[in-house]
Ligand binder design. Structure first.
Ligand code: GAR
Length: 206
């Protein structure tokens, strides 16, 4: 980050973008001192693009189907993020696993939100996995991204109780509410320089 300038976020999305909206709202309210430099979607019809455009945020449709493999897709993503001088990459419902090409280009500067209490239930359909297992509590996790599937150092987690009559939809919806605040808190910690990574552990600085 240059001097006292606001942290520049590059937000990667694939879907509806409620987490993106929560971040936008908190930047507008002044809670997070950052600027969204660009929103990149691997899906041309992601509603997140409409949300971003409404706020005058530059959007890039960057479809993975046009690339022969994951590493070449990620290399092109890095070029886009660099062209917008991004400091912190936010995966806000971006449904792809990153390769070393992306992870090494932004060391300790890529955050993901996952709809479960990691390390439980990584990967797809985390909420259904939690219901199938019969846990009484699930939630969400914000973590730094490494080359594994939802394995990077954990920044923040929030617990959401599972109700006896929950379906994937009802549990997902309650977890998503908790995601919006938890993601915002983690981004705020980062942009205020209050995060230190020691191996797998993320320490919060005063
Ligand atoms: C969120 O629930 C997020 O946790 C999940 O996708 C949803 C995106 O919602 N991400 C993953 O499952 C990544 N493994 P949104 O587009 O409304 O923010």
């Amino acid at each position: 980050m240059a001097g006292n300038a606001p942290c520049r976020l590059g937000v990667l999305v694939s879907g509806s973008g409620t987490n993106l909206q929560a971040i936008i709202d908190r930047i507008i309210s002044g809670e997070i001192r950052a600027e969204i430099a660009c929103v990149i979607s691997n899906k041309a019809d992601a509603y997140a693009l409409t949300r971003a455009a409404r706020h005058g945020i530059p959007v890039v449709v960057h479809e993975n189907s046009r690339f022969p493999d994951r590493r070449s897709y990620d290399a092109a993503t890095v070029d886009i993020l660099r062209s917008y001088s991004v400091d912190l990459v936010i995966l806000a419902g971006f449904m792809r696993i990153l390769t070393d090409v992306m992870v090494n280009a932004f060391p300790n500067a890529i955050m993901n939100i996952h709809p479960a209490l990691l390390p439980a239930f990584p990967g797809l359909h985390a909420q259904q996995q939690a219901l199938d297992y019969g846990v009484l509590f699930s939630g969400c996790t914000v973590h730094f991204v490494d080359c594994g599937t939802d394995t990077g150092p954990i920044i923040l987690q929030s617990v959401v109780p599972v109700e006896p009559d929950d379906t994937e939809e009802t549990l997902s919806s309650r977890i998503q509410q908790s995601e919006h605040q938890t993601f915002a808190e983690a981004i705020k910690l980062f942009v205020e320089g209050k995060i230190q990574i020691e191996g797998r552990k993320v320490r919060r600085l005063p």
